[in-house]
Structures are given as structure tokens and as C-alpha cells.
Write a protein that binds this ligand. Sequence first.
Ligand code: CTP
Length: 216
Amino acid sequence: MHVLVTAGPTYEPLDPVRFIGNHSTGKMGYALAEAFAEAGANVTLISGPTNLPDPAAARIRTQRVETADQMYAAAAAVAPVADVWVFAAAVADYKPAQAATQKIKKDGDTLTLELVKNVDIAATLGRTKRPEQYSVGFALETNDERAYALDKLRRKNFDLVVLNSLRDAGAGFRHDTNQVTLLEADGRVTTFELKLKAEVARDIVRTVLARLPHHA
Ligand code: CTP
């Protein structure tokens, strides 16, 4: 079995020394890569800039990228031959319309940046998904969470969406723990306790493997 995992933030350059990014640490994506490898899968981990070392497991091949466009290109190259896709990256939704070739000087009192929408990696690859392939996405919502998460599942052609809770103090961004609810295309809903991301990853892997023919 071959699993594609995207992880971490993307950095969208403004000029040679600045970028637009976010606080994703990559921990959840790396934990998923490790958990799939532990379960015997070969993993391609496509990682945005993180402070985490490349996972040591021989079954995990780590590819480093910076921007959403680079992450998309790397993921698109692997997606056709992967059985499972896991989109754990916090991709920047927008990028600067132009990256300046020289450092931007502080000439004026205000600075207006024009941003353009980035490629939606999960949605774009979702349109190429074959029936035997299985796609997992993440959702972080502040309100009407299940409805929005299910809408994301449909729009991006996910088979399963991992809904991160914002209600628990230790969950999500910049934490070692996470509290998730798994929503599946067929309507199944499974809620887990707050636990270490490594354990959350094992719960997700167990669920995915149980859904794949030949791995139940
Ligand atoms: N995702 C992606 N490429 C993007 C944006 C998101 O692959 N350019 C993936 C994420 O990895 C995640 C899922 O899509 O698995 C949901 O991301 P999210 O940012 O919550 O969804 P958006 O479509 O950006 O919706 P929103 O309007 O809520 O920001």
C-alpha cells in the first residue's frame, strides 16, 4: 500500500526575504505518516516548511516544498499511484499576485498587497480520484462545524473528513494533542477523546484501513 500525506504550512513569498505563512507545525501530518508506516504502508510525505526532522522510518520518503504550487506539483506526481491520500497540510489560501524580485522598501505609510487564490490541492486531485482510491481531508471550523465539514467532504471528494475541535484547550494548532470527530461520506460519525496526536493518527489509520478492501 502507498499513502500520500501532505503536511505543514506553505510559505508564499512576497519578496526574497518575506513570506505569507501560518502557524501549522506539521505534527498531525507527520504523525499520520508514521502511523501508516507502522501499519506497513509505504508513505510519501510532502512537507511544507517545519521544524520537524524527516521521519526516520525507511518506509517514509519525505519531500520538502515551500509553496502551495510546489506542494501541488509534488502531490500530483504521486497521487495516481497512491492508494490513500491524506491532506493534512495547512495550505495558504492565497498567495501574493507577484513576488517582488527585490526586497520591498518601506516607502509609504501603507502598503497594499494583491493576493490571488492558491490551487486547492485536495479539490483538484479529488477530481481525478479513482473508485478504489481513498481520500482523507481535515476541517477546522468555528461554527456549524459538522455541516461545513460535510460540505468540504463533498466539494473535495473526500471519503473521510477529520474535524478538529476548537472547543478543547489542548486541541489543534501548536498542540501535541488533538480531539477529532471522523465524518464519512456514508454518514458514519465517530468521535474520539482528546489524546496525543500520535494516538489520534493511529485511530485515523485504523479507520482508513478498515474501509479499504483487502485490509479489513
Ligand atoms: N486544502 C488543500 N489545498 C488548499 C486548501 C486546503 O489541499 N489550497 C485541504 C487541506 O489540507 C484540508 C482541507 O483541504 O485537508 C480543508 O482545508 P480548509 O482550509 O479548511 O478548507 P477551505 O477549502 O480552504 O475552506 P475555508 O473556506 O473553510 O477556508
